[in-house]
Write a protein that binds this ligand. Structure first.
Ligand code: HEC
Ligand code: HEC
Length: 299
């Protein structure tokens, strides 16, 4: 039933897309030479945003950011591409506009739409100064010659249908700080939403794979690996409402749970490749923000 609905949906959007003209939003380019400080900041942001978890096939001895890792999803198997500075097989020849197009709009330099297996749905919220720093750092990475593998997806989830998917389910937009909250809260919210993309795993999706904001961090019965992803809202009965701040900090830094057990599953990579890289100030901002999201009694 779910599959029939999906096929029907993707067929309809394909037809609809074929019947209308497309346009690519223009993006400003930059010719400024990045400073060393900007490159280091970019490295920090790339670490915190967990790019390595997908773009490095660590389990098979893959080179840093050279891609190749297979990601199995209900919408097919995806192979993360090479994002090293290699000019032929990586993104070494990309302009800043190309990079911003991918991260902010989910559009490739050739105008193709990306699958949301690449979490641009969260990265779209990264501000342009941070995007510039990330781009500057990526351009300094060791170029690795490694060709991208073709994704293995069902025919109805083609790149044409993705345009429809993006129109309906994806709103590009940079994170907007809340005027009635302090700087720490806003910093935490920015990191959680734009960079560490906690929601991509901890928030339930609809039948079309789009995140359901009303259930933000409410937990998922069947997550990326088919394993459950817990509710991490401050609900006392279902979430982490009975954790104190130090317990949450310890978990995000080292993976140790309040009961002395350790994190497992996909969260191990998240801690290793993302949250453990956060500075103490940023980590505290994340914890502060997490304890203020609406508590949900689900999962
Ligand atoms: C959850 C896995 C995942 C994470 C995390 C991730 N990516 Fe990706 N990325 C992908 C996949 C899968 C694609 C291919 C999408 C497609 O072909 O439609 C992709 C594509 C890309 C592309 C386009 C490359 C090309 O050749 O067209 C860029 C650039 C990119 N990612 C950069 C990043 C950066 C920078 C980060 C960290 C801020 C990041 N990605 C984090 C999975 C991921
Ligand atoms: C790639 C998917 C993924 C991402 C991204 C992710 N998580 Fe998790 N998270 C999981 C899974 C799976 C578990 C369950 C781990 C286990 O079984 O031990 C988990 C567990 C947790 C727990 C423990 C909850 C409990 O009750 O045991 C906390 C807290 C948590 N995550 C917070 C976060 C935060 C904060 C972020 C963003 C910084 C984040 N997660 C990003 C998949 C993810």
């Amino acid at each position: 039933m779910r599959r029939c609905l999906l096929i029907l949906f993707f067929l309809l959007v394909t037809l609809w897309w074929l019947s209308r003209p497309g346009s690519l939003p223009a993006l400003a380019d930059s010719n400024e030479t990045p400073t060393e400080e900007e490159i280091r900041r970019g490295e920090y942001l790339i670490n915190v945003a967990g790019c390595v978890s997908c773009h490095t096939d660590a389990g098979n001895g893959g080179a840093y950011l050279a891609g190749g890792l297979k990601l199995d999803t209900p919408f097919g198997s995806f192979f993360a591409p090479n994002i090293t500075a290699d000019e032929e097989t990586g993104i070494g020849l990309w302009s800043f506009g190309d990079f911003a197009g991918a991260m902010h709009l989910g559009i490739s330099p050739a105008g193709e739409r990306y699958y949301p297996a690449f979490p641009y749905t969260s990265y779209t919220q990264i501000n342009s100064s941070d995007l510039r720093a990330m781009y500057a750092y990526l351009q300094t990475t060791t170029p690795v010659k490694q060709r991208n593998e073709r994704h293995d997806t069902p025919w109805y989830t083609n790149r044409f249908a993705l345009r429809g998917w993006q129109t309906i389910f994806f709103k590009p937009g940079v994170f907007q700080p809340a005027a009635d909250k302090d700087e720490t809260w806003n910093r935490g919210a920015y990191i959680v939403h734009a960079l560490t993309h906690c929601s991509e795993c901890h928030t339930p999706r609809n039948a079309f794979g789009a995140s359901r904001p009303a259930l933000f961090l409410g937990g998922v019965g069947e997550g990326p690996d088919g394993d459950p992803v817990p509710n991490v809202t401050p609900s006392k009965s279902h979430g982490i409402g009975d954790w104190d701040e130090d317990e949450l900090l310890l978990y995000l830094e080292e993976g140790e749970l309040p009961d002395g057990d350790y994190a497992g599953g996909a969260m191990v990579d998240v801690i290793e490749n993302s949250t453990s890289a956060l500075t103490p100030t940023d980590l505290q901002a994340v914890a502060k923000y997490l304890f203020t999201v609406p508590a949900l009694d689900s999962n």
